[in-house]
Write a protein that binds this ligand. Structure first.
Ligand SMILES: CC(C)(COP(=O)(O)OP(=O)(O)OC[C@H]1O[C@@H](n2cnc3c(N)ncnc32)[C@H](O)[C@@H]1OP(=O)(O)O)[C@@H](O)C(=O)NCCC(=O)NCCS
Length: 166
């Protein structure tokens, strides 16, 4: 991780365009989850991984109530609605992979989601994304495999953030 830096950028950050370019280059299939209307409903947060001031990785999540995305009522605890940080985009440029950046981005997302009062950090990933699965399982995310139709299989990963059991 020498010479790497993780920063949080708002959409008004002067280099936002560099993130957008990296997203389009590394993971264009994730772009609709960043720029589409679907993602505008809730506040979103962007973490970027920088190498010599160049964006080489990113993780973007939104803070949303738990439930409505699955067409269910909002989950509450003691009458208080619960929120989750839902990851919408996560990738590292190929030439910067296997150096711990993806793990560092996930760890920073856990820290930020806790600070934002989220009950959990959640993401969905289709099968075949072995490095992503390795990171999530190594960090201790719970895993819920799901299939949608015949060919779409994936796993919901969830990290509880307010575990009171010691
Ligand atoms: C997932 C991704 C962000 C990981 O980035 P990264 O910077 O390489 O991540 P790290 O270096 O922190 O960790 C990668 C881990 O996966 C492991 N790994 C890599 N390829 C693997 C594979 N094919 N099978 C199993 N494990 C693998 C590495 O050994 C490493 O684990 P270790 O630290 O215990 O050795 C990157 O691979 C990527 O951008 N993939 C394409 C986009 C993607 O799949 N995004 C996921 C959201 S859908």
């Amino acid at each position: 991780m020498t010479n790497y830096l993780i920063e949080e950028w708002s959409e008004t950050h002067p280099s936002w365009g560099e993130f957008a370019a990296c997203l389009e280059m590394v993971a264009p299939e994730q772009a609709p989850f960043v720029f589409g209307d679907y993602c505008r409903a809730y506040p979103a947060y962007l973490l970027v991984a920088l190498r010599l001031n160049e964006v080489v990785g990113f993780l973007r999540f939104a803070v949303q109530p738990i439930g409505p995305e699955a067409n269910c009522p909002v989950l509450c605890l003691d009458g208080v609605p619960l929120t989750e940080a839902k990851i919408h985009a996560f990738a590292v440029r190929e030439d910067a992979r296997r150096q711990g950046l993806g793990t560092a981005l996930q760890k920073q997302a856990i820290i930020r989601a806790k600070e934002l009062g989220c009950y959990q950090l959640a993401s969905y990933s289709s099968y075949g994304r072995d490095a992503n699965y390795h990171i999530k399982l190594s960090l201790g995310f719970a895993a819920q495999p799901e299939s949608h139709g015949e060919n779409k299989q994936g796993v919901y990963f969830v990290m509880p953030l307010q575990n009171k059991i010691s």
